[in-house]
Design a protein around this ligand. Structure first.
Ligand code: SF4
Length: 445
């Protein structure tokens, strides 16, 4: 194997899409999570239950039909049915261990999230058996939301029926784009015909909340095509539309190709162009009656269409992580499971530790985590942070907020601090200013 050099970000071309994670999804950054904090997770699990504190479950399905060129998740495209069976039983053993922990006694999940990978890669029977087992270990009867991520090409009417029957309330379709050439060139496994078919089945079955994921700035995206993608989205009238701006993290095929060709910038649109596409989509969605509810989401009816997983997690809820490479959060401790399939399964089978890294956060870090994540909704409540953390955010960030106000990015509205639309679309590039000094300029890996 030839060793290739890592490409260093080019600081002169700020608006180009350079390699690395752009979006802030947690805090402190993953590079600060470590092995020495792993025992804290066990101590927390052995401590008394906090009773009614909100709890969620994240279940990671690491299988996909094909690896998309922009994907940086831990996914496998080469596993057979024995591997899948092995994985499912390892995760059930993991859930049983949690169910026995004193910290989780008397607690039921308020939300359940099946993410991946591709949860819909599993068969209807596998999914039914899996969720029956999960519910028998920790009942879901108090769950306010069960989200399930799907790759449209894996869905049949029968599978969607099973998904509906085991209690999914929020069905999330990874559409990404409606153009077959763009889907192809970006390595997606599905085509647009499968999207329309799956959507029709899902609507017929009466799912409460159907979300469509799109990505602005996939390889070869154009103004015309993006506009056509918005047309198709509006025709479908989903309850929620989530639009990501394309980033190119290190662990992607796009980056591997860049390294081979010695390129510094990814062959995707620059950040201002991607923001313009999201802005156009938001404007057209608003015209059609949607409400913008975060830096990347628009919902048809905000009174009835919620995203409880996001809102609970961003307000500090506990979340059990199940499966390989899964991320969890318990009693202020972040953790991630082992990141290789065999390692994870072997560890579960031999009753060995399965956590790869953890971080016992301080009260101040927990405050910053919630504060930065809630900015992604576009507004924060001062009284919330005052009450929960005894921190006056206006005083603490006085200088920064003055700067944001001067630039037209921040508006005060009573208790609320709100971002302008323009700032909302680039909020991830602003959040680093809220980090503690030791966490500035760190990598999100
Ligand atoms: S479907 Fe999702 S998880 Fe699977 S390879 Fe594509 S981007 Fe990654």
């Amino acid at each position: 194997m030839t060793e290739t050099k890592e490409i260093k970000p080019d600081r002169e071309t700020k608006e180009k899409t350079k390699v690395g994670n752009y979006f802030v999804s947690n805090y402190p950054p993953f590079s600060f999570w470590n092995e020495s904090d792993i025992p804290c997770v066990d101590s927390m699990l052995n401590s008394p239950s906090p009773g009614t504190e909100p709890l969620g479950i994240y279940y990671h399905v690491p299988f996909c039909r094909k690896r998309c060129h922009f994907c940086y998740f831990r996914v496998y495209t080469d596993k057979n049915s024995n591997d899948v069976r092995r994985y499912l039983s390892a995760t059930m053993k993991e859930l049983k261990n949690y169910a026995d922990a004193s910290y989780l006694q008397g607690r039921k999940p308020k939300f359940v999230y099946f993410g991946g990978g591709t949860p819909s890669y599993l068969s209807a029977q596998q999914l039914t058996d899996l969720t029956d087992q999960m519910k028998s270990i920790i009942p879901w009867d108090e769950a306010e939301e069960v989200t399930f991520e799907c790759e449209p090409g894996t869905l049949t009417e029968k599978k969607l029926e099973a998904i509906k029957n085991f209690g999914v309330t929020r069905l999330s379709l990874g559409v990404e784009n409606f153009d077959d050439h763009i889907l192809d060139i970006n390595g997606r496994a599905h085509r647009s015909g499968e999207v329309f078919k799956a959507y029709e089945f899902a609507r017929k079955l009466g799912f409460e909340n159907i979300n469509i994921d799109l990505i602005a700035g996939m390889l070869e995206e154009t103004d015309e095509n993006w506009s056509a993608c918005i047309d198709r989205t509006l025709e479908l009238e989903p309850d929620c539309v989530t639009i990501y701006q394309m980033e190119v993290p290190f662990n992607t095929t796009i980056y591997k190709n860049m390294k081979q060709e010695g390129k510094l910038s990814a062959p995707v649109a620059e950040w201002p162009k991607k923001r313009q596409w999201v802005s156009e989509a938001f404007a057209r969605l608003e015209e059609a009656g949607y409400t913008i509810t975060s830096t990347c989401t628009a919902v048809k009816n905000p009174a009835t269409t919620k995203f409880i997983y996001r809102d609970r997690l961003w307000a500090g809820a506990d979340m059990i992580a199940l499966g390989v490479a899964s991320f969890g959060h318990l009693g202020g401790i972040h953790y991630q499971n082992l990141t290789h399939f065999d390692q994870y399964c072997e560890a579960m089978e031999s009753d060995s530790p399965i956590i790869r890294r953890a971080l016992m956060t301080t009260e101040e870090e927990r405050f910053i985590r919630e504060f930065i994540l809630q900015w992604k909704i576009g507004k924060v409540s001062r009284s919330y942070f005052d009450k929960k953390f005894k921190i006056n955010v206006s005083e603490r960030y006085d200088k920064l907020f003055k700067r944001w106000k001067k630039a037209g990015d921040l508006v005060e509205n009573g208790d609320e601090l709100m971002l302008s639309r323009d700032a909302l679309l680039r909020v991830d590039s602003m959040l680093h200013d809220l980090f503690l000094p030791q966490h500035q300029d760190s990598r999100y890996v």
